[in-house]
Design a protein. Sequence first.
Length: 388
Amino acid sequence: MNLIVLWLLVTPLFFAFGWIAGRIDMKTVVKDAKRLPKRLYDSIDSLIEHKTGIACDNIRDVIEQEPQLTELQLSLGKLYRNRGENDLAIKLHNKLLNSQFIFSNDERDLIRLELARDFQNAGLIDRSESLLLKLLDSELYSNRAQELLLDIYQQDKNWLYAIETAKKLSNSNYNFHTELAQFNCELAQEALIKSDNDSVIKYITQALEINRKCVRANMLLGELFFNQEQYEKAIATWQLIEKQNYLYLPKVVDKIFDAYTRLNKIKEGLTLIKGYTKLYPKLNLCDFLYSKLSTYDNLDSALEYLRDTIRNQPTSKVASLMIDSYISRADLSPEIRPDAELIKNILSKYHEQLANYRCGRCNFKSKTFFWQCPACYEWESINPNYVE
Ligand SMILES: [Zn+2]
């Protein structure tokens, strides 16, 4: 009987405790939510309106009141970095590391990683590198540290370390084949300048083993053969580029023609390159081929080539070359000649304004061709065709 009375008393008490606990939790949550400083909301508004300076001020005020909000401090560090205020970001992360707060190993590693990014952005590459090397054993951030190290080695043109790091990062999701082949090509290029032919062959072989589609490797190998006066082999190597990626042919046609010239086979060279323009009418070869046909063939064949080309490439460049072709003819009326010259110059200037190499990833435009985009750092993302 006593036991039943006891249960009757205890059971409602359990429910009462549960209810009170629930109420306390809810109250805490509501209280916490209410406690979020108004300036935090102001900073979000400022960010939405792209007023990052005001957002920084607001977040800084919140942190002064609530220094325990570590995540908010890290966000402020990122904001400083995005604004180019690397010194403020470095100061903030250093202060955080030396603060009295007790961080877990992972939290401490995250702050170090952020600090390394600050140093990298500030151009203090050595300090960034030494911090990142210490993070290679980090349980959570080792991979991110390796990725940042890979960026540093590329910036420093330290291609051997870049190869080593890219190999470590390589996995089933991303194999870094394009990058690894390009790093080997960079080494081959350096060796070519030093006339270290054995190294050129070694790095080109490695590049092609990693990525058989690596156009640059065959471009460099052709250059090596050309330098060694092995013109037939140079031509054969450059011709391989057609199968690898024909878009790069405009980058080698002048070299191919040069090799044919050394062999006294100009006609064969012209025939080959004319064949490329028939097969790939969108390739920008008009400037080169028009000039060679005018010089080594005759004006009629050069004009005929331009007439064919302008159908596929209705550009100001081809139009200006057509006018140039008419101006070059002796039978052009002397009254028309000044007007023709004027129109040709206008079209040429128009072409120079419009024509660019473009990155397919970030749309960066440049008058110079780069294997690695200077804006987004992607390899082989720039279209090798100089187009309007
Ligand atoms: Zn880009």
